[in-house]
Ligand binder design. Structure first.
Ligand SMILES: [Zn+2]
Length: 122
């Protein structure tokens, strides 16, 4: 376990699969000259209790800071993302899947989640 309670097997899996930021695609192997480009642990759904291969990813520090506590579906439509080319079509497959699940209401988030955020499918 690290301090995010991510078990070692899962951390290793994610480190091996996410060699680039799942949001902006910056490389964690070659593009780490600035601090903002370095990897950080991301809970795709902002719930620290959801520690699964579907919800843990690596994204750069800059995008993590921007997303903050916002829902992915809301954040990805923000001006910040749009202006940087971070779109539903451009993000990593794990993020596309999470957005798709969110759209189809397959994640029980309780009250306040299903507020009609539109994500275009194409
Ligand atoms: Zn990034």
């Amino acid at each position: 376990m690290n301090r995010w309670n991510i078990p070692v097997w899962l951390a290793q899996h994610v480190i091996e699969s996410d060699r680039r930021c799942v949001y902006c695609n910056v490389s964690f192997e070659t593009d780490t000259a600035t601090r903002g480009n370095r990897p950080s642990w991301e809970h795709i759904i902002n719930d620290a209790r959801i520690i699964t291969a579907e919800n843990i990813a690596r994204c750069c520090i800059s995008r993590n800071a921007s997303k903050g506590s916002r829902d992915l579906a809301v954040w990805i439509e923000s001006r910040y993302c749009v202006s940087r080319g971070i779109t539903v079509a451009a993000v990593a497959p794990i993020i596309k899947k999470a957005l798709s699940r969110a759209l189809h209401g397959q994640i029980d988030r309780g009250v306040g989640f299903d507020q009609g955020v539109a994500i275009q499918d194409d």
